[in-house]
Design a protein. Structure first.
Length: 150
């Protein structure tokens, strides 16, 4: 059950070390791969003509996602990590004007969802992992209920 649904409140200091070191590694690698990833996102064939190794970049992205899932699996669970990867990014899309803003806003919205979810879990005695995902969903729904700016 722990690996399916996770347990945010039962992480050990060793788990925190893995999260910090893994997060730092992922951030550094994303920083290095950012330009090729953007090029592939915009137009894969043009990126290849510009000298981007599309296959290697795509493989690196898949490995980074797998690494994040492996680290986060114990914390939020395998069933919930997918939603935490997608919902904050989808919510940030509404507010961002470029990919860099979207990444930063998604990080902030994810952090907000974790804080809200933990507070809700404490207040109503619900499981922490699902509470975080519900909080992320509420943030998403709130942002998409606002009128669109020009």
């Amino acid at each position: 059950m722990e690996y399916l649904f996770g347990d945010l409140l039962a992480i050990l200091p060793e788990d925190l070390l893995w999260i910090y070191l893994g997060g730092l590694l992922v951030l550094v690698l994303l920083w290095k791969l950012w330009t090729p990833l953007l090029a592939i996102t915009i137009n894969e064939e043009l990126a290849q003509v510009e000298g981007v190794n599309v296959t290697l970049t795509r493989l690196a992205l898949m490995l980074l996602i797998a690494f994040v899932i492996a680290i986060a699996m114990k914390v939020v669970g395998i069933l919930l990590i997918t939603s935490l990867l997608i919902i904050p990014a989808a919510a940030a899309r509404r507010l961002a004007h470029n990919p860099e803003q979207m990444a930063l806003i998604a990080s902030l919205l994810g952090t907000l969802a974790v804080v809200m979810g933990l507070l809700a879990s404490y207040q109503w005695d619900t499981p922490a992992g699902p509470s975080v995902v519900v909080a992320a969903l509420l943030v998403f729904l709130f942002l998409y209920s606002l009128p669109r700016r020009a």
